[in-house]
Design a protein around this ligand. Structure first.
Ligand code: HEC
Length: 123
């Protein structure tokens, strides 16, 4: 319960400076595959995974609260599995299943990155 409260607080109170940190982190840790910001035809042609906004849309459709959405993103990043996928199976056929990022990123970092991802689309 305590953890849920602190996560809601994180999402509600995260400021502009933190958001910039989150953006840098998102680019550094996941940007190799997940596109963000302005896209060009060249970038789209080389795309290795669905873009961030698509993740935001899917998690918002699937879960009612930010807590559940963040929890899903953290879990999936460490332990991706076909049966957990929110994306259609086409995504796996086109890009392959996401490799686990265990050891490359911390839970706290993914939580921060998730707040950035989730702000990309309206609820
Ligand atoms: C080496 C490439 C690669 C990296 C790095 C990567 N991803 Fe992914 N990710 C993918 C691919 C490919 C998919 C689409 C297939 C799938 O869903 O497994 C995906 C899908 C996802 C999904 C949606 C899963 C679904 O189907 O519902 C989430 C959430 C996600 N990534 C989060 C992250 C986060 C957060 C990071 C950075 C910490 C990250 N990814 C880094 C390749 C990557």
């Amino acid at each position: 319960m305590k953890k849920i409260i602190s996560l809601s607080l994180l999402l509600a109170t995260i400021g502009f400076a933190d958001m910039q940190d989150a953006e840098i982190l998102a680019e550094k840790k996941c940007g190799e595959c997940h596109l963000m910001g302005v896209t060009s035809k060249e970038k789209l042609d080389k795309m290795k995974a669905p873009p961030y906004w698509a993740i935001a849309r899917k998690t918002k459709e699937a879960f009612a609260t930010n807590e559940e959405r963040v929890k899903f993103i953290v879990d999936y990043t460490f332990n991706p599995k076909e049966e957990k996928m929110l994306f259609a199976k086409d995504a796996k056929i086109r890009f392959g299943l996401m490799p686990s990022q265990e050891g490359k990123v911390s839970k706290e970092e993914i939580e921060l990155i998730s707040t950035y991802i989730l702000r990309m689309v309206e609820d």
